[in-house]
Ligand binder design. Structure first.
Ligand code: TEU
Ligand code: CA
Length: 626
């Protein structure tokens, strides 16, 4: 059994526990402290009490007390690795995330819709996509683009009707494609009847949320305090996100029953599972204690230690899986901000029966940097992160593989801001996602190399997070221009501009001005053009997806070579029948080759012709000759 941590414990004891491991890694990512320290014996053998003494000026005892309590809250260890891998359709699938508002607008009102999605299913099938993840399409006042749900059983009128959804399901079945929907149940919209009843004085419905006489010091992910005051009740209600998204109290069994009903309703309709929004936030520490301020400063949000891996998280999710997911054999991927490698294993181990996959986000920024910052992402860190994770995720565990989603600027733009290498880089990134071990999730536009958008003024942005952030910066005395530049670095709207289908006005998304206007290259960054162009990002990605099917790229072992060589990433994927070798130049400069080609045939490359050195971002996929 693991030993409890106290101030006499050493760093390595902390690291040996799952929360300890993830919290320490988070600390390193947040501060940019060099990761090699975590392998340095001197550092590993340092006692917490020594650190406390050394950092006395910077960090109060309460910081260490909070961390030690947190680490002690879960002593459970993920199971050791053991063959064989249990095979599953979702381990073999390539998923594609659709942001419905920006995918395809069939009725030309400037907003994407369900009929629009149906009209493009053949394109997705052509690309080789097996499953869709739809961002929310439920009835919503749209404060956070549908992540604020008013009615879980109705479809937002902008998107269409329930009949459209049923048609979509039929069309997907015809094409042998799966679909998962977004389950947003950490919070509801303030316009949900439960919250409305609560405001009207319904005590039972007040118990669905967190109403308090006094707020605590937690802060919202969308700026400011995590509480909103309601004069009519003289009470504050908890809202970790926008002013119109109120956190549900999962400790109330009625709430858990309501969630189970929502899940059943949709599984009955015939969907294949859910992506569960901020699902790791559902269990909050009893009494909602204040957050430790220094931790708050460090990670940018106060209070998170009290709900990112709460006391009943596993129990509530296991209950939901057993009662509702299991009977339908439904698939689940949890969106889990703040969860690192070891907690991911605790949540997804196949023996654990909690959920199938997590989306962790630790790889999206270079350590020491934050999203709202203008800097160049370092692919060397992506290699480090993925290498660690791929090694740690053995047969019981499975990773999700993604870089883009609707919450982040485009990954290729973070690496190569001026898009000097857009074509090769987009292909290299897609090659990585489709050749590592795990389930790839491509985000709309990634197959054609869509980039960040050249927004010019705040008026062009729509996202509540960006608007709040801008206001917060102005309130802090930052100039308008500087505030805009900051928002521009991190705004989620970069990824939300309309999908580009052809080179017509608005990229063929709509004939009307879209709800959010994009201003990107339309000549070659569109599906029509790239489908016809043999060497396009689209066709490269399509070839990769086809190669991956039924190959060693799915279940095969992964082995890393030349790990210490900077700027280069080399790995093998092997099973009983074949071996692939992948070689990627992670930089914009030339690199020495490490792989001798005689034993391998080149299957796919993002660079044409033979060159003595690896070209910028060159990515090659080889197969071993028989
Ligand atoms: O995102 C959760 C979340 O933590 C993000 O707000 C995160 O802080 C950032 O955007 C990611 O880099 C989920 C949804 O994906 C997001 O669209 C919603 O706004 C949010 O939950 C609230 O439902
Ligand atoms: Ca429309």
């Amino acid at each position: 059994m693991s030993q409890k941590i106290n101030y006499q414990s050493k760093i390595k004891d902390v690291l040996a526990l799952p929360i300890g491991h993830d919290v320490l890694n988070r600390l390193f990512i947040q501060t940019g402290l060099p990761f090699f320290l975590l392998k340095n014996p001197l550092f590993l053998n340092t006692k917490i009490k020594t650190l406390m003494r050394l950092t006395k000026k910077q960090l109060p005892v309460s910081f260490y007390r909070t961390v030690v309590n947190l680490v002690n809250s879960t002593l459970e260890q993920p199971l050791e690795d053991q063959p064989p891998i249990v095979k599953a359709w979702w381990k073999e699938a390539v998923f594609y995330q659709i942001y419905p508002r920006s995918f395809m607008d069939i009725n030309h009102d400037g907003i994407g819709d369900i009929q629009g999605i149906i009209s493009k299913l053949d394109v997705l099938k052509d690309l080789g996509i097996d499953g869709l993840w739809l961002s929310p399409i439920y009835d919503s006042p749209n404060d956070d683009n549908g992540y604020d749900i008013r009615n879980y059983h109705e479809i937002l009128a902008d998107f269409g009707t329930m009949a459209d959804v049923e048609e979509l399901l039929v069309e997907l079945k015809k094409r042998d494609m799966k679909i998962i929907m977004d389950l947003v149940v950490n919070h509801t919209s303030d316009e949900h009847p439960w919250f409305q009843a609560a405001l009207a004085g319904d005590k039972e419905k007040q118990g669905y949320y967190f109403f308090r006489k006094q707020p605590n010091n937690w802060t919202s992910f969308f700026s400011g305090p995590a509480w909103k005051y309601f004069e009519e009740l003289d009470l504050y209600a908890l809202k970790l996100f926008s002013d119109k998204q109120f956190d549900l109290n999962w400790d109330n069994p009625q709430v858990r029953q309501e969630v189970a009903d929502i899940v059943s309703f949709w599984l009955d309709k015939g969907i294949d599972g859910f992506r569960m929004d901020v699902i790791n936030y559902i269990s909050k520490a009893p009494g909602l204690p204040d957050g430790q301020e220094d931790i708050g400063k460090l990670i940018g949000f106060t209070g998170m230690e009290h709900y990112f891996y709460g006391p009943n998280l596993q129990t509530y999710l296991q209950e939901l899986r057993r009662d509702v997911f299991k009977p339908y054999q439904a698939f689940s991927v949890g969106e889990t901000p703040g969860i690192g490698m070891q907690l991911s294993k605790l949540l997804t181990g196949d023996y654990q029966q909690t959920m199938d996959l997590t989306f962790s986000f630790d790889h999206l920024e270079t350590p020491g940097h934050v999203r709202f910052e203008d800097y160049e992402y370092d692919l060397e860190f992506y290699k480090y992160y993925m290498t660690e994770n791929q090694k740690a995720f053995g047969n019981h565990y499975w990773m999700s593989l993604f870089v883009d989603n609707h919450d982040n600027p485009r990954f290729i733009s973070k690496i190569d801001k001026y898009h000097r290498h857009r074509d090769v880089l987009a292909k290299a990134v897609n090659l990585i996602l489709l050749t590592l071990r795990g389930t790839p999730f491509l985000y709309q536009g990634q197959e054609i190399g869509m980039t960040n958008n050249d927004f010019e003024t705040m008026d062009e942005l729509r996202d509540v997070e960006s608007l709040n952030k801008y206001q917060e910066l102005l309130d802090q005395g930052v100039s308008k221009d500087e505030a805009f530049q900051t928002v521009l670095s991190g705004t989620r709207d970069h990824a939300r501009t309309p999908m580009q289908w052809n080179n017509q006005r608005f990229g063929g998304f709509s004939t009307t001005t879209p709800w959010l206007v994009g201003d990107q290259d339309l000549q070659s960054t569109n599906v029509d053009y790239q489908q016809k162009e043999p060497h396009s990002i689209y066709n490269f990605t399509k070839q990769l997806i086809a190669l991956r099917k039924d190959s060693a790229l799915v279940y095969g072992d992964v082995e890393f070579l030349h790990e210490k060589t900077k700027g280069l990433w080399v790995y093998k994927r092997t099973d009983e029948t074949e071996e692939f070798l992948i070689e990627i130049n992670l930089t914009a400069t030339y690199q020495q080759r490490k792989v001798m080609n005689e034993d391998y045939e080149l299957v796919l490359s993002n660079v044409r012709g033979q060159h003595p050195q690896l070209q910028p971002y060159q990515a090659n996929l080889y197969r071993r000759l028989p």
